[in-house]
Design a protein around this ligand. Structure first.
Ligand code: HEM
Length: 418
């Protein structure tokens, strides 16, 4: 097929690239493949943004300084005709977080945030993760069945990051609810969705509550520092003579990022392993493969399949002219299945090497929590396989993949037996 035929086909197919179609949310990889082959730099008219699906384009875009990480334009786009004041708190706080900052402003915020990830702190996480995982499995061990989501994945990362941050126990359930409310709007729900007003209101309220709690915790730790991450960050800001008012957006970002992605990766991983019994067996027989297995799970069923950027100037990607101000969805999940980069990308292979997936978004915004994420996932899967050796899908219950978000791919329910 020549270039002209390809672009005619792409135009003819414009309406069919529906990333929110139920079958695409269930299994987006065939659609990603089709888009990558027919129109890898695609303008989706009904969503109002560009979608990149090829590894080379996505990787280059992650490192492209002509693209801004400030996604305010996406959030306003999502609102459709609704009043932007609906998300006033949300925009104000989110746009101050390091994830929304470009160079050079990003550098200082990132350096400061790194102060919360000291070697000593990281060492202390191991036992927090192991104890929390064991505690949750103790609750279900004698039942012979569990829901990987409601009994484990939706709770575990929140408990761990709350412990690391020293969030009082009484506030932890609120924190998880706020993280979900913020993530639901942040996670690019279908433009024009009938729930958008509800999502926006909940996200805005959650940001207000969340900020108030973080401010209170910062004030407490300022007066009486401990060894938790809020204390470490508060001290770092004070040592630099910085205004502590700038800290809550960063804390909120870390808390939210830690909650949502890991919560999705756990069921995605269990699902992938149960669908590939020979890989599961290999891992059970050789637990030392766990780190490679975690990377393959992230590649194979990427929990954050899209990140968004906004063009700071007119530019060209893959021969397409993209205007300043355009919103661009970078398909990390699609790139992770690009045959130009990965041999047999549809094969789930826990010993895949090399495995240069884009799941943690290389570039200046490369996942800050990567060490914690990898440690958490390795411990969680190792413990699951050790304690529940006869792991299998529950034949009497239905798994429910999540249907609301483009940015977060996971399950609402994944019932298993053991
Ligand atoms: C499986 C688990 C995880 C995955 C797949 C993941 C993925 C990502 C991705 C794709 C980004 C880039 C976002 C963008 O550029 O728009 C990111 C950034 C980030 N992640 Fe993670 N993440 C995970 C776990 C965590 C954890 C546990 C934490 C916190 C402890 C965390 C904290 C962050 C932060 C703070 C950023 C922003 C960094 C910056 O803007 O410089 N993540 N993560």
């Amino acid at each position: 097929m020549n270039t002209h035929q390809k672009s005619m086909l792409a135009i003819a197919n414009q309406q069919t690239y529906d990333l929110f179609a139920p079958e695409a949310l269930l299994n987006p990889y065939p659609l990603y493949k089709q888009m990558r082959e027919e129109d890898p730099v695609h303008y989706n008219q009904s969503f109002g943004y560009w979608v990149l699906t090829g590894y080379r384009d996505v990787e280059a875009a992650l490192r492209d300084e002509r693209l801004s990480a400030d996604r305010t334009a996406l959030f306003i786009n999502q609102l459709g005709n609704l009043d932007v004041n609906l998300i006033q708190n949300f925009i104000q706080v989110i746009s101050k977080s390091m994830m929304a900052k470009d160079l050079p402003d990003h550098t200082q915020l990132r350096k400061l945030a790194n102060q919360g990830f000291t070697t000593r702190a990281i060492e202390s996480w191991q036992s927090i993760i192991q104890n929390t995982t064991d505690r949750l499995l103790d609750n279900v061990q004698s039942h012979g069945c569990m829901d990987v989501v409601s009994d484990l994945s939706v709770i575990l990362p929140g408990l761990i990051i709350s412990e690391i941050f020293g969030v009082p126990e009484a506030q932890r359930a609120n924190l998880s609810r706020w993280a979900i409310d913020i993530g639901t709007f942040w996670g690019a729900p279908a433009p024009g969705s009938s729930n958008i007003e509800e999502y926006a209101r909940k996200a805005d309220l959650a940001v207000a509550h969340f900020s108030a709690l973080i401010r209170q915790l910062i004030e407490e730790r300022r007066r009486q520092p401990g060894t938790d991450m809020i204390s470490l960050l508060t001290v770092a800001y004070q040592e630099q003579g910085l205004n502590l008012e700038e800290l809550p957006p960063q804390c909120m970002l870390i808390l939210n990022a830690a909650h949502l992605t890991t919560a999705d990766l756990i069921p995605n991983g269990v699902n992938a392993l149960l669908h590939h019994p020979e890989q599961l067996r290999k891992l059970q027989e050789n637990p030392a493969l766990i780190n490679a297995a975690v990377e393959e799970i992230i590649r194979f069923d990427t929990p954050a399949p899209f990140v968004f950027r906004v063009a700071k100037q007119d530019l060209t990607i893959g021969g397409k002219h993209i205007l300043k101000g355009s919103v661009i969805a970078l398909g990390l999940g699609a790139a992770n299945h690009d045959p130009a980069k990965f041999d047999s990308p549809e094969v789930f292979n826990i010993t895949r090497s090399p495995n240069e997936h884009l799941g943690f978004a290389p570039g200046i915004h490369f996942c800050l929590g990567v060490v914690l994420a990898r440690m958490e996932l390795a411990i969680c899967f190792t413990t699951l396989l050790r304690r529940l050796p006869n792991l299998r899908f529950d034949p009497d219950k239905q798994a429910i993949p999540r249907h609301t978000s483009l940015v977060f791919k996971g399950f609402d329910s994944l019932p298993i037996k053991f």
